[in-house]
Design a protein around this ligand. Structure first.
Ligand code: ARG
Length: 560
């Protein structure tokens, strides 16, 4: 329930919109006077009355009864008290009714969102730089689906380019079928790295020829390419599985090979194409951008050309209401350019394309060297985090069953949460110790809180779930209830701002409120009605946190 809105909608101030009123409603530092307050000073000018008089007259017109149980006017402030019992009834009732759907809605019914994320490059390392796009995209996918949208997850594979010519050359020189089969992506990457280190002019020429062979449909070259692609995908899918990530389409850049010419033709027809030093470009100077290059002077297409074709294809295929590109901010210009070009082409839906940009992730220990050279493979980060999680779990609770399973959820969760807990545009320095801190603003803190709630419930055994417990929530219970009641709005806001971090913050905030409640209020020893009420609140918290973590792709161990 959005109390600020509720209050605003029940007040009439001439010349001030409900929106503006809602923005002015604040939570006072001391809630003894009220749970919300509206300072009336800002309306003095428009209404030509004193704030004190305004507060008085507004008070008389406000309907007490519904969600607000008390209104008072004090020194130019209008103070509101929430009907706490009503809030408890409504919120707990709704959570128990809707269960794993609590927080969902039909906001997106009949609408389609395409989400381009992770978008790995074939035969290239899947490294720490892919973490954010993968988990952000995955979270947005789940959040939008939760809100009733049809989601199309697209892995726009980087499977086009001269590097595949190099790879084929390297394989033919030094490759061994059996070794590559066993070593998979790592073996392929080693071949590629070796080639770039050792290539002379002759080898480069050969690589270009091999690329040409792929392009011209040569069977052997294409078989090798498909094999490398298969090995890469088999590998990344093991990581997607760990991260709870799925895709509906793996159509990569190569798929658009025969779909670019029509785009070039259309650009030319519409008078948008210009020649510049032999290349074909769309001039964007008027819009303060460098030109978008469509064809190089040798006639080769570019990344942008394929993205133009892909956007058109997606619109035709999925008729999306919105298409998101979850890609690092380094590509800001690229997306501004292609969105502008599509707009100039008269695609009115260009306004529905959104670049969801995010910051860089690096590791605290900087250039950590791995067994595979300089890049930090995401696989290694996850494995290391799970291993550390195991050691911590083992130390805290050596008798715990299925420690491996718990460590997996904790370790993977820490990596995911590490990439999702801050505003997405911020650069992140990932620290294993911080991410696994039980007392920090971390996923493990939230998971531990869930396990704590589950353990209280297990100890309590059966209890009576009622509509009315006859209990007026105390301050701690009230804070927790407000947080739980906010979850649906949080999910909607996260979708609107493309910020899964809102959900991550919600988790930490709610867990903190639960722990305040848990520490300050006796649950199991309380008298019957209070005990039942507190158990219901505990169960509701566990349900909501499980939903929230689930949206981020993070599992909840039953015991820790
Ligand atoms: N594979 C690209 C890269 O690693 C990302 C592709 C993003 N998606 C897109 N439609 N351009 O930079």
């Amino acid at each position: 329930m959005d109390y600020k809105r509720y209050i605003a909608e029940n007040l009439q101030i001439e010349g001030v919109s409900a929106e503006e009123i809602a923005e002015s409603v604040a939570v006072p530092p001391d809630t003894a006077m009220g749970d919300y307050a509206l300072p009336c000073f800002k309306f003095a000018k428009v209404l030509r009355k004193s704030p004190v008089a305004i507060a008085e007259s507004l008070k008389d017109g406000f309907p007490v009864g519904g969600a607000i149980s008390e209104v008072s006017a004090v020194n130019g402030y209008l103070n509101f008290k929430i009907d706490r019992k009503g809030l408890a009834e409504e919120t707990l009732g709704r959570i128990f009714r809707e269960k794993e759907n609590y927080g969902s809605s039909d906001l997106g019914e009949g609408k389609t969102v395409c989400i381009d994320y992770s978008s790995v490059n074939i035969a290239k390392p899947f490294h720490i730089g892919h973490l954010s796009t993968t988990v952000l995209g995955g979270a947005l996918y789940r959040i939008y689906r939760f809100l009733g949208y049809r989601c199309v997850g697209i892995n726009h594979l980087g499977d086009y380019g001269t590097q595949f010519g190099k790879l084929i050359s390297a394989y033919k020189r030094w490759g061994d079928r059996e070794e590559v089969r066993k070593g998979g992506i790592h073996a392929i990457n080693e071949l590629y790295v070796r080639f770039t280190n050792e290539a002379d002019e002759e080898m480069e020429r050969e690589a270009r020829e091999n690329f040409r062979l792929i392009e011209s449909g040569d069977r052997e070259a294409n078989e090798l390419f498909e094999w490398f692609k298969e090995l890469t995908l088999a590998y990344v899918k093991t990581i997607y599985e760990k991260l709870n990530i799925t895709f509906d389409s793996y159509l990569g850049e190569r798929f658009y090979t025969d779909k670019m010419q029509p785009v070039v033709d259309e650009l030319r027809e519409k008078g948008l194409l210009q020649e510049s030093r032999g290349a074909q470009i769309v001039d964007l100077e008027e819009y303060g951008m460098s030109p978008c290059i469509i064809l190089r002077s040798d006639g080769a297409s570019l990344y942008a050309t394929r993205d133009l074709a892909a956007a058109i294809y997606r619109k035709n295929t999925y008729d999306f209401d919105r298409c998101l590109y979850v890609v690092a901010y380094q590509q800001n210009l690229h997306f501004k350019q292609i969105f502008k070009v599509l707009e100039l082409m008269g695609k009115e839906w260009a306004k529905d394309l959104v670049h969801v940009a995010y910051g860089m992730v690096s590791l605290e220990d900087g250039a950590m060297s791995t067994r595979k050279g300089k890049v930090v493979w995401l696989e290694d980060v996850i494995a290391k985090c799970v291993e550390k999680a195991y050691r911590i779990v083992d130390e805290k609770n050596p008798a715990l069953e299925n420690k491996r399973e718990v460590a997996e959820k904790v370790g993977v969760g820490a990596v995911v949460f590490g990439a999702l807990c801050n505003n997405k545009i911020k650069d992140i320095v990932f620290s294993y110790d911080k991410a696994l801190n039980f007392e920090g603003e971390t996923s493990v803190y939230v998971q531990y809180t869930c396990a704590r709630a589950a353990s209280v419930l297990a100890k309590a055994g059966k209890y009576a779930v009622k509509q009315d417990y006859g209990v007026t929530p105390c301050a701690q219970e009230f804070e927790l209830l407000k947080a739980l009641a906010d979850f649906p709005d949080t999910v909607a806001a996260a979708a609107k701002a493309y910020e899964p971090s809102y959900v991550a913050r919600f988790c930490v905030d709610t867990a903190q409120k639960f722990n305040r409640f848990y520490i300050d209020c006796k649950i199991l020893q309380a008298e019957e009605n209070v005990r039942d009420f507190r158990l219901a609140l505990t169960q509701a918290t566990l349900a909501v946190l499980t939903n929230a973590l689930g949206l981020l792709g993070i599992g909840v161990p039953e015991k820790m």
